[in-house]
Ligand binder design. Sequence first.
Ligand code: FAD
Length: 304
Amino acid sequence: MEAVLRNLFQSLAKNPSANRMAKKYGLRFGAKRFVAGVTINEAVQAVRQLNVDGRLATLDHLGEFISTREEAQESLDMCLATLDAIYESGVKSNLSLKLTSLGLDIDRQLCLDHMRQIVGRAQQYGNFVRIDMEDYSHCQPALDLYRELRKSYDNVGIVLQAYLFRTSQDVDDLNELHANLRLVKGAYKEPATVAFPAKEDVDANYRKIILQHLTHGNYTAIATHDEQIVQFVKQEVAQRGIPLEQFEFQMLYGICEDLQKRLVKEGYKVRVYVPYGRDWFGYNMRRLAERPANVWFVMKNLFR
Ligand code: FAD
């Protein structure tokens, strides 16, 4: 049953019509738990709340499945507006974004131009931009674009996914750039030709790439709610004398709040991924696919 629900939610997440339809409505189906709001002001307010107890944030203006240059321009404007709002409000947050929302599938040069504007604006503010990793078909194009950006900017990082066979090699290859990486297990439905199908293999590879990147001496964001992985990182950094400034834990807005707060109290840097905007559907479905038990939550909130 769990596998059926997982597949259903992953398919819905990718369905452009469902995503377009959901955009017309405010947050539904329990999305308020995972999405901070529709407007930039709501998002900044959510970050302010997190900052009160010492949690940092990364704001993400949700946007997927765009198909026109105009839509890519709108995403660019929203990313710039988000950086402006962070600066003006003084909240502690950087920016996360998806390259497809900035036109990666329309024209790679256009996407690169957009990224130069965003990373350049962030640089003026002394801020940082994180490129989220999407499905496998976008992995190489995203890494190519990241390398191009790094020729001019230091304040940009990218995400690598432990479920992909290629990732350990990517971690080694990016070592020459001293890349600031967010490491995750991976949220998309990928075939067994490119990704480990079994959870225990993903978890083992996750441990491996975390150590690989940390012991190369590079900044590492460990983005997980898995307490065993968190425990593993705590033990390894203590044993190896890796400084607290070289890594941070990251978790998603609305998930494992107690763990987030506990880690801050223990002295670790914790950053919460705070999504906002009208394009909430795909993001919400991926969160349900990760934990179909969240479905009861959706049922309870169907009409809210
Ligand atoms: P799991 O083994 O899936 O879960 C461990 C435990 O965490 C579960 O038992 C449960 O208690 C809790 N948990 C996990 N997910 C949920 C949930 N949805 N609701 C409630 N409890 C839950 N993936 C990408 O592919 N690209 C990205 O760019 C990306 N960025 C991310 C950024 C951040 C800050 C985080 C935290 C995740 C990101 N992900 C991204 C998602 C990631 O790949 C995983 O799908 C997600 O984090 C679930 O895996 P896990 O590591 O928490 O471990």
